[in-house]
Design a protein around this ligand. Sequence first.
Ligand code: GDP
Ligand code: MG
Length: 289
Amino acid sequence: MKAGFVSIFGRPNAGKSTLLNALMGEKLAIVSPKVQTTRHRIKGIITEPGYQIIFSDTPGIIEPRYKLHEKMMSAVKTAVDDADVALLLVGADENPEEADAIFSSLRLGVPSLLLINKIDRLSADRLQELRDFFGQKKYVKEIVPISALNRTGLEALLAAIVGLLPEGEPFFEDDDLSDLPTKFFVSEMIREKIFHLFKDEIPYHTTVLVNEFKEKTSLVKIRADIIVQRETQKGILLGEGGKMIRRLGTEARKDIEAFLQQKIFLELFVKVRPKWRDNDNMLKEYGYH
Ligand code: GDP
Ligand code: MG
């Protein structure tokens, strides 16, 4: 039996969340074309005869500008220390020199696979160039071309990971899909809808806190606060006569019901908490430990 922890690294938009979702076959990490949607470490677990892999998606690697960003980067460092195998993900559209600078700076002490993602958008020549470039890097054990979106190359990827995993007994029960509480996934699904429905700074100045999750006989009752920094942002989230918040609620409810495989009753409240992104206590309350 082999078992171990695998962390996925890459710059914002490299496709980390898409890859994790493709591997897990369930919508665990939220995906969005905008950067910085993943703030937490998200774990998914695959258990097969012969191996168990525990995946952790990391926030994209960025310069810390706010306290929130510092916490995101410390999550990246924790993921480095915890990993048995590192997956270094580089999007086909990225600058390879910049990606190399970041991967080198992680000073990985664990074997790493270099994944070239988005090969559905890549010519054979360009792929060979990237192979040649990363093939010379000392921190790369093996190069695996994939398309997370089209789910190509995933079999080869799993085989390469298992090859590098340490021997050991599984850490989790077979049917634990993830060790994160359902409440967290629910808040992430609401946050994903905010990314889809609102522009500019709104998604980045918003967080979601699920404060009630009650399983009743016929449905699950969920109450969540959407936290914003300013009254004007609250106005935008509510929309004219509450139009936007209703739309947000409807869209989020559909996803949450599909995820829980159960009917839900979703209540959303918008609350103003000035400067929540710079306040340690508030960050703690909102789940950024
Ligand atoms: P993350 O920031 O690294 O977690 O990146 P995401 O998983 O959120 O993906 C960023 C964007 O790249 C999304 O629009 C994805 O649909 C897109 N994407 C991810 N993987 C692929 C791929 O293999 N091919 C293509 N064409 N797009 C991809
Ligand atoms: Mg992500």
